[in-house]
Design a protein around this ligand. Structure first.
Ligand code: FAD
Length: 406
C-alpha cells in the first residue's frame, strides 16, 4: 500500500503499472509521462512507420482510469527529494512517495555535425519522431540513414521496400559492429546491398548541407578520408541512445552508463527502483552489469520492480533476447556477444533462412537466427540450460537441435 510514483510512461513504466494493478496493488499509483501519449510500443516505429497506424498502445487508454492509475501525461518530473521522499513536476506540485520507480528510458544520441538541425534531418525515438519521419520519407527523392545499427537498418529496409533510394552510412568497418557477430553483419550488408541500398562502412558523416534551411545533401568522408557529397532530402540519424539518468545523478544515486540496479530493480536507495533502458543491470550470462535496450529486458525489470514493491518472490532472470525485422528477414537474437567466440552456421544465409550459433569451446554464448523460429527457441533453451554443447554435433545438420538439450 502507500503511494507508488513512476517517472516515465514508456514500455517499462507502463508495463510496471499494468502488472502492479494486475497483482492487486491496493495503494495509489501515479505515473508521469513527458510525452503526450499513453504508453505505446516503440518497435513498430522503425518497422512500420510508412504504412498503417503508428499508435500501438501497450494497454487500451481506458485501462488506466479503470484501474485507478493517475496517468499524468505531458508532465515532466523535474526534481527528487530523497530525504523527504517527494518528487516535483513541471506543474510545481510536490508528490510524496513510498516507492519511486525511475523508468525514464533513453534518448537518441545527437550527431554533433554542422547542418544536423536542417529541416529534413531527424532521429527516431518517439511517436512524434515517427510521424515526422513518415512525412519526410514519403516526399523524399532519396534518404540517407546515418548509423548501421538495428534502428537504422530497419528504417533503410522500409525506405527501400517503398522504392525510394537509400544510403546507409556507418562509421565502423561493419554494420551492427557493437551488437552482432561479423557473420551476421556481412549477411545483412549483402542483403541490403542486393536490394539496392548503398551500404557505406568505414564512413563518417561530416555534416549536412541545405538550401533555404532544407536538407539537400550529406557530406561523407570515406575510409581513405576522401569527401563525398550525396544528394538526399531526408536523413535519419540512428547512432545509438544515451540513458536519461540525469534526475538520478542529480540526487546522487549510483550511475554508470545508466542507473545502477540489482536483480530486484533496486538502486542504492531502498525506496527508489529503476527499470528499462535507463538502467545498468545484471545480465544473465554476463559478468558485472550492462545496459540493455530491449523490450524483454524492460518487461523483466518491470516484474522485478513489482516483486520489490509487493515483497517477492524473486523473478527468474531470462537469457537476454531481441528481435528485428528487415525486408522479409525476421531476426531473433539471444545471448550477448563479447570476447572471442567461434561460429557454427546452420541453414543457408544466401537463402535468408539461417542460424548462427556462437560458442566458446563447449559453452554456447549467443544465437542469431533469421526466419528460423524453431532454431531460435532451441537456441534459447540451450543458453538457458547453460550446459556444455558439443560443437561437432552442433555443426552436424543430421543432429536435431532438440537432441542437443540434455
Ligand atoms: P521508453 O520506452 O523510452 O520510455 C521512457 C519514457 O519516459 C519516455 O516516454 C520519456 O519521454 C519519459 N520520461 C523521461 N524522463 C521523464 C521525466 N523526467 N518525467 C516524465 N517522463 C519522463 N526493442 C526490442 O526488444 N525489439 C525491437 O524490435 C525494438 N525496436 C525499437 C525501435 C525503435 C525505433 C526504438 C526507439 C526502440 C526499439 N526497441 C526495441 C527498444 C525498446 O523500445 C526499448 O527498450 C523500450 O522502449 C524501453 O522502455 P523504457 O520504458 O525503458 O523507455
Amino acid at each position: 500500500t502507500g503511494r507508488v510514483v513512476v517517472v516515465g510512461a514508456g514500455h517499462a513504466g507502463g508495463t510496471f503499472a499494468a502488472l502492479l494493478c494486475q497483482a492487486g496493488f491496493a495503494g495509489e499509483l501515479v505515473v508521469f509521462g513527458d510525452e503526450p501519449e499513453p504508453p505505446y510500443h516503440r518497435p513498430p516505429l522503425s518497422k512500420e512507420f510508412l504504412h498503417g497506424p503508428l499508435e500501438k498502445w501497450l494497454r487500451e487508454p481506458a485501462f488506466y482510469p479503470e484501474q485507478g492509475v493517475a496517468l499524468r501525461l505531458g508532465e515532466t518530473v523535474v526534481g527528487i527529494d530523497r530525504a523527504a521522499g517527494t518528487v516535483t513536476s513541471t506543474t510545481g506540485r510536490v508528490w510524496s512517495y513510498d516507492h519511486l520507480v525511475l523508468a525514464t528510458g533513453a534518448a537518441s544520441r545527437a550527431l554533433p555535425v554542422p547542418g544536423a538541425d536542417l529541416d529534413g534531418v531527424g532521429m527516431l525515438r518517439t511517436l512524434a519522431d515517427a510521424r515526422a519521419l513518415r512525412s519526410r520519407v514519403l516526399g523524399a527523392g532519396s534518404v540517407a540513414v546515418v548509423g548501421g545499427g538495428y534502428i537504422g537498418l530497419e528504417v533503410a529496409a522500409v525506405v527501400r521496400a517503398n522504392g525510394t533510394p537509400a544510403t546507409i552510412v556507418e562509421r565502423e568497418e561493419r554494420l551492427l559492429a557493437r551488437v552482432a557477430s561479423p557473420e551476421l553483419s556481412s549477411v545483412l550488408s549483402r542483403y541490403h546491398a542486393e536490394r539496392g541500398t548503398a551500404v557505406m562502412t568505414g564512413s563518417v558523416v561530416r555534416g549536412f548541407e541545405g538550401e533555404a534551411g532544407r536538407l539537400r545533401a550529406v557530406v561523407v568522408a570515406g575510409p581513405g578520408g576522401d569527401e563525398r557529397r550525396l544528394r538526399c532530402d531526408a536523413a535519419v540519424v540512428g547512432v545509438g541512445a544515451v540513458p536519461r539518468d540525469e534526475l538520478a545523478r542529480s540526487v546522487g544515486l549510483s550511475c554508470d552508463n545508466g542507473i545502477v540496479v540489482d536483480g530486484w530493480a533496486r538502486t542504492d536507495d531502498a525506496r527508489i527502483l529503476a527499470i528499462g533502458d535507463v538502467t545498468s543491470r545484471p545480465v544473465r550470462g554476463v559478468a558485472g552489469r550492462m545496459r540493455l535496450e530491449s523490450i524483454p529486458s524492460a518487461v523483466e525489470q518491470a516484474k522485478q520492480a513489482v516483486a520489490s514493491v509487493l515483497g517477492g518472490p524473486a523473478v527468474e532472470s531470462e537469457v537476454p533476447w531481441f528481435w528485428s525485422d528487415q525486408f522479409d528477414l525476421k531476426l531473433k537474437i539471444a545471448g550477448v556477444l563479447h570476447g572471442g567466440f567461434e561460429t557454427v552456421v546452420r541453414g543457408d544465409p544466401g537463402a535468408g533462412r539461417f542460424s548462427l550459433f556462437h560458442h566458446r569451446d563447449t559453452e554456447l554464448v549467443a544465437v542469431e537466427t533469421a526466419n528460423a523460429p524453431a532454431d531460435f527457441m532451441a537456441g534459447r533453451r540451450l543458453l538457458a540450460a547453460g550446459r556444455p554443447v558439443d560443437p561437432g554435433r552442433l555443426a552436424d545438420p543430421q543432429v536435431g537441435l532438440r537432441d542437443l538439450v540434455t
